[in-house]
Write a protein that binds this ligand. Sequence first.
Ligand code: ASP
Ligand code: MG
Length: 438
Amino acid sequence: MKVLKFGGTSVGSAERIRHVADLVAPRGKNIIVLSAMSGTTNSLVEIAGYLYKGNPNGAKETINILESKYLKTIASLYDKHESRERALKEIKATFNYIRSFAARETFGPAEEKIILAQGEIMSVAMMVLLLNERGIYAEQLPALEFMKTGANGEPDTKHIRLNLKPLLDKYADADIFVTQGYICRNHLGEIDNLQRGGSDYTASLIGAAIEADEIEIWNDIDGMKNNDPRFVENTRPVSELHFEEAAELAYFGAKILHPTCVLPAKVNNIPVRLLNTMEPDAPGTLIYNNITQPAIKAVAAKDNVIAIKIKSSRMLLAYGFLTRVFETFEKFKTPIDMVATSEVGVSLTIDSERYLPEIVDELKKYGTVSVDRDMVIICVVGDMDWTHTGYEARAMDALQDIPVRMISYGGSNFNISFLIRKEDKVAALNRLSEYLFS
Ligand code: ASP
Ligand code: MG
């Protein structure tokens, strides 16, 4: 059994929803994970925003606009009158439920999360009716009955496994299963979610829970590109990636896969394939635990990076200096991306301004601090095993005319990162493509 996930754009209109049904029907007994129709979650966030501000009329107006979009979609989605009527009934009931929050006295995070969950719930309801009308026995697996996070906010993988299996057994006759991405219950049993973009994570968690043969993430592009197509011409999809390479790329800017999605698949050794709904027979990108040919696979950039340098003569031959530096970031809950050290100083990068003044203030206790804003991390991913020669040299060669503020190499076998100025980003990405991929 496979898990096939379709994002918001893939189910963004009646036509696209029918296209997904065409794709999944012949592929057999799999679990289909759906996002909300594109724009829906944003609208639901907006509705909740009005309710937080005590403006029920603002909320109702946004609800009406969103509802009419769904009613229009349903009007052209089904062939049979009966399916259309059933879909209308379900969707109208959902919108009336959302409206009921506008009449409540109080509104808080628990109510907000209930509202945010409705987009995925509607996608699944609409898809199940569509598949059924085509004579396919599609069964809904309600995510709220098995997808759960624990007290630490992390997915409770044991609970997911133990509650999903019985559902699959209960509907053993089904031709296909459909479930909601993104939504879950938290440790209190309340409706919650896996954060924005979390449907990829759902797919990966389900894949791990059922030990799926493969997790397929369907998008509108041909897999993961070897460079950023917004800035570089002639990018190509990467045919194979190691999980660690995919994790680096997803984190450092390749928007195609949510970074959290990689871990459950990697740990359980389940291949992830990135596919294109527009070109379903194209091979896409396969992400798995194998290292294939040693090669440089792809380049990605992460914007809005801040570099902080702490220089201290006291660092010389002293221990504890780095501990104090890192503890400062821990204290202000600010993750560090890149690090480079020398005997007299350390440079590191963060991507949030939020506690920058406090952090800098505290670091001044330990040394002389300087800050560079508007920096970009260029991440080159591929075979960077230190025993293999030449790969890092080629990446550095490509950047020979570009001022490089920091280099990080050796932290993983799959990555070398360069910190450069924002204004050099496009040139750097293009140089790298020229030197590495042409
Ligand atoms: N619908 C959710 C969002 O827009 C989850 C997802 O699409 O992955 O963030
Ligand atoms: Mg997405």
